[in-house]
Design a binder for this molecule. Structure first.
Ligand SMILES: *Cc1c(COP(=O)(O)O)cnc(C)c1O
Length: 423
């Protein structure tokens, strides 16, 4: 493992995490209430209250509490209704949980390339995809790292083609676009309360929609699709996807602190932005005019000219240090050597061995799977800028330690370590 050429720093005594749970106390009170009233089950007051609170916060008519965000996405895809083999347009630069539920339902994900302005689904590539697959009826897009996508443009295109929209707001609870919360723009939307999200129940997720009938179907599917009968009567396939009342108690307590968490994350983002000035890097961008992110993770993107050589195969990465230059691998390995956790940007779905044979659409049409070498991410389009923007972001980008509980001094040291990587 290479480490920074200049290192006069002391490793952190306490690990600085990418994003770890931050508890406050009220969580335990709601859990205790569940325990003491013996609602240790998938029904109870915490679930009802949490559904009410989240629907009110996001602004949807219905919220269905589920075991995880992936379950929410699965039921959302099921509500959209797929024929076997049907193509579904999906964000390419995202966590695989955005996409896998399409396959659970026998659909075929077709990946839509990313844009540089928000690191989300590229509307031009989406438009192109509808030219190639005019019959596509479902689009699933995420708001990466808590930054709202180009929602208006995506909606306009989907409307024109009569496509149902699923918003994966797992990372973006509390972020807004033109004054409205993410998680209320799609027909069916998903939230996650996984351990590293902006608020957490240790696990958990939620399906959001304005359609009462859809919410009721999802509730039924999530409890093994029991029919109203004195015995266990089953007329369709069900799942065990309902949230536990204990988990709901934790999330209910966390809801009281959502805005506080966002403020802490914003502070972290702003400190990085300030502290990285003068280096050949930029932060994960957002549309300052129309959107307010929840700043879940602060990310860094290295300018192409400041990249030292870096190659990645399916499991390992190598780089060659060069004066004045660095790369995500060097920065991440150096941070790790000081006991701080960062992470590469999501590896694009079209580069995943699982999905390498699926369609991948860039703004200029059908793309091909590129290798992971840095240079390949910079295949240029007819306008002279990279095609396969997801691969370019994967090559040059990384997620910085963004934990709520990181102190200012710890963050200063992280900044100094990053600076040393560019010496
Ligand atoms: C975390 C996450 C999910 C899945 O949520 P789980 O609760 O872990 O199942 C889905 N999509 C994205 C983009 C995520 O980051």
């Amino acid at each position: 493992m290479f480490i920074a050429r200049k290192q006069n720093f002391k490793p952190f005594d306490r690990k600085v995490w990418l994003s770890s749970p931050t508890m406050h106390g009220e969580e335990l009170e709601y859990v205790r209430e569940a325990y003491e009233t013996n609602w240790m089950s998938t029904v109870g007051k915490n679930i009802d209250e949490l559904e009410r609170l989240v629907a009110e916060k996001v602004g949807t008519k219905q919220a269905v509490a589920l075991s995880c965000g992936t379950a929410a996405l699965h039921l959302a895809v099921k509500l959209a209704g797929l024929e076997p083999g049907e193509p579904v347009f999906c964000s390419d630069l995202t966590f695989n949980a955005t996409v896998n539920p399409v396959v659970y339902e026998q659909g075929v994900p077709v990946f839509i390339d990313t844009e540089y302005d928000t690191w989300n689904m590229c509307p031009r590539a989406l438009e192109k995809a509808f030219e190639l697959y005019p019959d596509c009826r479902l689009v699933i897009y995420a708001h990466l790292y808590g930054t709202p996508a180009k929602i208006d443009e995506i909606e306009r295109i989907c409307k024109k083609h009569n496509a149902t929209i699923i918003e994966d707001a797992a990372e973006s609870l509390g972020a807004s676009y033109k004054g409205e919360q993410t998680g209320r723009f799609g027909d069916y939307n998903a939230l996650s309360f996984n351990g590293n999200k902006i608020i957490t129940g240790s696990s958990g997720g939620m399906l959001l929609t304005d359609e009462v009938a859809a919410a009721n179907r999802a509730r039924k599917w999530s409890t093994q699709a029991r029919e109203a009968a004195p015995w266990y009567q089953h007329e369709e396939l069900g799942y065990n996807y309902r949230m536990s009342n204990v988990i709901a108690g934790i999330v209910r307590g966390q809801m009281l602190h959502l805005e506080e968490h966002i403020a802490a994350k914003k502070m972290i983002y702003e400190r990085y932005r300030e502290g990285l000035k003068g280096l050949p890097v930029s932060m994960n961008p957002f549309d300052r005019q129309n959107s307010v992110p929840n700043y879940w993770l602060s990310c860094l993107l290295i300018e192409p000219e400041a990249m030292c050589p870096q190659v990645r195969d399916d499991h390992k990465a190598l780089f060659k240090p060069e004066p004045g230059k660095s790369c995500p691998t060097e920065i991440l390995e150096t941070l790790a050597s000081y006991n701080a956790e960062g992470r590469p940007v999501w590896k694009p779905m079209h580069q995943q061995p699982l999905y390498r044979n699926n369609g991948f659409i860039t703004r200029e049409g059908e793309g091909r799977c590129r290798t992971n070498a840095y240079i390949a991410g910079r295949t240029l389009g007819s306008d002279g800028t990279p095609l396969d923007i997801g691969s370019d972001l994967f090559a040059r980008g990384l997620c910085l330690p963004s934990d709520n509980k990181m102190t200012e001094a710890e963050q200063e040291q992280i900044l100094a370590i990053i600076r040393a990587c560019f010496e």
